[in-house]
Design a binder for this molecule. Sequence first.
Ligand SMILES: [Zn+2]
Ligand SMILES: [Zn+2]
Ligand SMILES: [Zn+2]
Ligand SMILES: [Zn+2]
Ligand SMILES: [Zn+2]
Ligand SMILES: [Zn+2]
Ligand SMILES: [Zn+2]
Length: 328
Amino acid sequence: MSNRLGIILLIMILVVFASAVAIAAGEVPEHDHEWDTSTWVSDENSHWHGCTVYDECEAKVDEAPHTGGTHANGGICSVCGAKYQDHGNSYEVSSYTTTSTKHIANYKCKFEGCNEVYVGEEEDHYFSPWERVDNTKHGRTCYDCSYYEESNHTGGTHANDGICTTCNFQYQEHGINLESIVAYEKNAVGHAAKYACKYAGCTNVYISESVLHEDTNSDGNCDACGYALPSSDIEPPVGIITLKNALITMNGNPGTKNNNVTLQISATDESTITQMALTNENSRSASDLHWIPFAEEIDWTISPGDGLKTIYLMLKDEHGNASLSFVE
Ligand SMILES: [Zn+2]
Ligand SMILES: [Zn+2]
Ligand SMILES: [Zn+2]
Ligand SMILES: [Zn+2]
Ligand SMILES: [Zn+2]
Ligand SMILES: [Zn+2]
Ligand SMILES: [Zn+2]
């Protein structure tokens, strides 16, 4: 190799080296751009045509923002074909479609500003426990979709003290109503009061302890329950019969015997005398007696014939104590 050739080579090497240094520093040599209009170059916002002379040439032509991207086309630019929008299911719920038993989640598209939704699976509501709303209702809410429903308390009975079997609220007030005695249980000795339950419509009763009958007004009946008490009066009435105008009737007109007399009866008893029965014979049995209401005066026919006559009088008080009186 001659010196001259060596110097030329050295100069060429230096030129190439200098050129490489200049390009590496971003200083592309001055040139006429040649545009590659068959290929779009793009970044996330826009597209353009680039220069083909130097790879390092950053000159752009026809630059414009991407356009035409939609949810339906997946966010592709209709000019350059670059995907510049990121649509897809964000799994962030935007709303729920609900029925009384189910909900369906509607998820947002993850591309901000896109209003399209992804419809999820139909699922049963995930309800909170029932809670009291007021004295008649309980309600619950779906934890996911906030669907709310109400219904009436139910299952309350006298036996469970009126507690709703769904929400446990005591919505019925059962208990003894001391104002309302519906009946008495009675026997010869005493009575027990039956009280109504204070919950309207409940037919259960409360029975008090038995107490003795009491008759403070002495009408023969228990003041509270009305039971007819056995009387302490065990004595029969005492009575006297007299003949009204006996001398005239019996003796005043001999020859025309008058068997019709008027009897006057005076009788006493601890209780009220209620009935009497009269007979001319002492042989009649009690069942044959003709009982009539007690009266202090009564017309009577003596048995026919002469002689000493006897009239028998039976008296009975309100307790059935009976006595026999007679007049001759
Ligand atoms: Zn260029
Ligand atoms: Zn584009
Ligand atoms: Zn979208
Ligand atoms: Zn729900
Ligand atoms: Zn309830
Ligand atoms: Zn009750
Ligand atoms: Zn009583």
